[in-house]
Design a protein. Sequence first.
Length: 225
Amino acid sequence: MQKIMIIEDDEIISMTLKKHLEIWDYEVCVIKDFKHIMEQFQDVQPTLVLLDISLPYYNGYYWCQEIRKISEIPIIFISSTNENMNIVMAMNMGADDFINKPFDLNVLTAKVQAILRRTYSFSKQFHIITYKELTLNVLEATLSYHEHTIELTKNELKILQLLFERKENFVSREDLMIELWQSDQFIDDNTLSVNMNRLRKKVEELGIDSLIQTKKGLGYKLFYE
């Protein structure tokens, strides 16, 4: 199970994040002793850190630098201080993303999932994903069905990987757009539809019709009998 460490001074925010992320089957550790963050970091060995800028004793920039001395794990800043200079400083300190407060919990979760996939999905133990008789090879960017295999573009791979990983649930258009373009804004909504239609036609080359089901208001889901 992937571990997320939350370093946030506001207890209401940290506990809200903890409860929400645990619904997604993440193991969540909330820091309460702000004097000994690095000791707790080394004990927990998280796979991702959510880090606020304003903290007791030392700010988030300091702790980001300290973590970067010993680890390359993903770090996402969550802060109400959203001026451009703060975002630039966070990135210069080694952060992977910056999320402004107040934030939508679902958008934050989608960003967490996207960063975790980019960081860890190419390890050998995660690069093969299956769904019934279909096999998605993330390393080779291919989809196989029995003896037939098709090659996937970067966007096609991202779409299928998200659908395979959440195969029991619908994936919203917003989550897919965040996965593809790291944002659900400023992207023509038709662009996702074009990518999806191309992917569907390519999957038909394997002899499978209607692999990706669409439901208005819910999004997309794998469906194959």
